[in-house]
Design a protein around this ligand. Structure first.
Ligand SMILES: *Cc1c(COP(=O)(O)O)cnc(C)c1O
Length: 485
């Protein structure tokens, strides 16, 4: 299990070389891999684990495999679903965490780690406008766990009997609200909490793809009349589809009037709070009872880092605390917290170190500059798309463009747009996708998720799109697209 010191020295050296050369060379290669499951299975077939291989053979196999068979999310021409190019400090932190392997579930085992994460929770709470004395929270595996945590804490807050009696112990069926552009992790959370997906009310969006607040009010009235028990409303700050920030202050108002929990899902867009000139976009977030913010999106730390923040200091323990006979006792009597009592996780990785080390080195100013750079590249992308006859159909200041082809008669049809995506991805020049918006339209979607994406990368994406359009035009007649839906 543990290699001898010479083998370790060789392995570390090879590992560091592999990380460094990937970091330097990723820009030069294709963004997308060949998608051939048979080929990949054939590569794995010889591994029957009967004959041990040397550590270097094993490492080289993994490095080669990842280089060849991965959509390179750290590539500056990956315009995807918020997966970042990791910070160097984040990579170092994850390696350290693996080696020290602290158990962060209990304060007594990991006092530094627990205090560091609490320190970060307060620091981010403050950025979102929470009062320091009120702020609490927990690091999560990602935004989905944070949203699930929000749902559970909202249930416990609204229905104190929920923790013991469950949903069936409640006097009425609880229901909650999000717009048609909310994140679908809430559907999973509804299943996992025992509510079922019928408890989720999808409120229509307006022409800018924001929740229609009047429709929200009307639906709550109707639900109350029918005997349902509304308990939470979700406002999204930076929708996954279109990067739109919903009217958080207005939604907060409705939540307050209706005595509902207000959750803001700012998994991606929350980073706008780090740049002074963008902070205003999130106005109202400070009124949220809880906030989801993903460090593994715009803060660019390696994956596995979400954050749930709340201004209800007791709610996590009321939701998750249990008594276990084998729990550690060495910290008893100290004014400290044990994470196993305040989240879904038990044995628990040190998630916060990659955020801490990245933030210590970049500083708030470094992050503000990175956010600014990406927002500028987003503006540039919208402009260059327009110049080439692509029509941007979402309105946001965040760097995410949803667009169709104004130069093609079927430029908004799902079939045509998917053909464009296949051309772009197939060329290896960039990664983009199509998406279906809540109003039924399909669009191409390109999001800047990399702090190294520069003007030449934007130009390359637009060139790849224009090339795709030309190749499709050239083969016209051979291809027909399904009708618009
Ligand atoms: C990405 C995202 C999530 C889910 O977060 P994961 O980290 O992928 O689990 C939730 N909400 C929004 C708005 C997102 O963009």
């Amino acid at each position: 299990m543990q290699l001898d010191s010479r083998a370790r020295a060789e392995l570390w050296q090879r590992l560091l070389e592999a990380i460094e050369s990937y970091t330097v060379q990723v820009d030069e290669g294709r963004v997308t891999p060949e998608l051939d499951p048979e080929k990949i299975r054939a590569l794995l077939k010889p591994f029957d684990f009967a004959r041990p291989r040397t550590p270097l053979e094993a490492l080289d196999f993994a490095v080669e495999g990842l280089r060849n068979y991965q959509t390179h999310t750290p590539h500056p021409r990956y315009y995807g679903l918020f997966n970042p190019a990791p910070t160097t400090m984040g990579i170092a932190a994850d390696a350290l965490v693996a080696a020290f392997n602290p158990q962060v579930g209990a304060w007594g085992h990991s006092p530094l780690a627990v205090e560091m994460e609490q320190h970060l929770v307060r620091a981010f709470g403050e950025r979102f406008g929470y009062a320091a004395a009120e702020t609490d929270g927990t690091f999560t595996t990602g935004g989905s766990e944070a949203n699930h945590t929000a749902l559970l804490t909202a249930l416990v807050w609204k229905f104190p009997a929920f923790a013991e009696k469950g949903v069936r112990g409640l006097p009425a069926q609880p229901v909650f609200y999000g717009s048609g552009e909310y994140h679908h992790s809430f559907l999973k959370a509804a299943r996992l909490s025992g509510l079922g997906t019928e408890a989720v009310r999808e409120i229509p969006v307006d022409a800018e793809l924001k929740m229609e607040v009047e429709a929200l009010r009307a639906r709550i009235v109707r639900d109350r009349k029918q005997g349902f028990a509304p308990f939470m409303v979700v406002g999204t700050a930076g929708t996954t589809n279109a990067g739109v920030v919903e009217p958080l202050a207005e939604i907060a108002e409705v939540a307050a009037e209706e005595q509902m929990w207000f959750h803001t899902d700012a998994a991606w867009g929350g980073a706008a709070a780090l740049a002074a000139e963008l902070r205003g976009l999130l106005a109202g977030i400070e009124r949220a009872d809880s906030i989801t913010f993903d460090a593994h999106k715009w803060l660019s730390v390696p994956m596995g880092a979400g954050l749930y923040l709340t201004r209800h200091r007791d709610i996590l323990e009321r939701t998750f605390s249990i008594v276990a006979g084998y729990a550690l006792r060495e910290a008893e009597g100290l004014e400290v917290v044990d994470f196993y009592k305040r989240s879904m996780q038990w044995s628990r990785r040190f998630i916060g170190l990659k955020v801490f080390l990245s933030l210590v080195v970049a500083g708030w100013e470094g992050y503000a500059a990175a956010v600014r750079q990406m927002v500028e590249m987003g503006e540039r992308l919208r402009q260059e798309l327009g110049e080439s006859g692509w029509r941007v159909i979402n309105r946001t200041r965040l760097p995410l463009a949803c667009f169709t082809d104004a130069k093609h008669p079927e430029g908004g049809s799902p079939g045509y747009l998917q053909a464009v995506v296949q051309e772009v991805i197939g060329s290896g020049a960039a990664w983009i996708s199509t998406t279906r918006l809540a109003d039924g339209r399909t669009a191409l979607r390109a999001c800047i998720t990399n702090y190294r994406t520069g003007p030449e990368d934007i130009a390359a994406l637009v060139a790849a799109l224009n090339g795709a359009r030309e190749r499709i035009r050239a083969s016209a007649g051979a291809v027909t697209f399904p009708p618009k839906n």
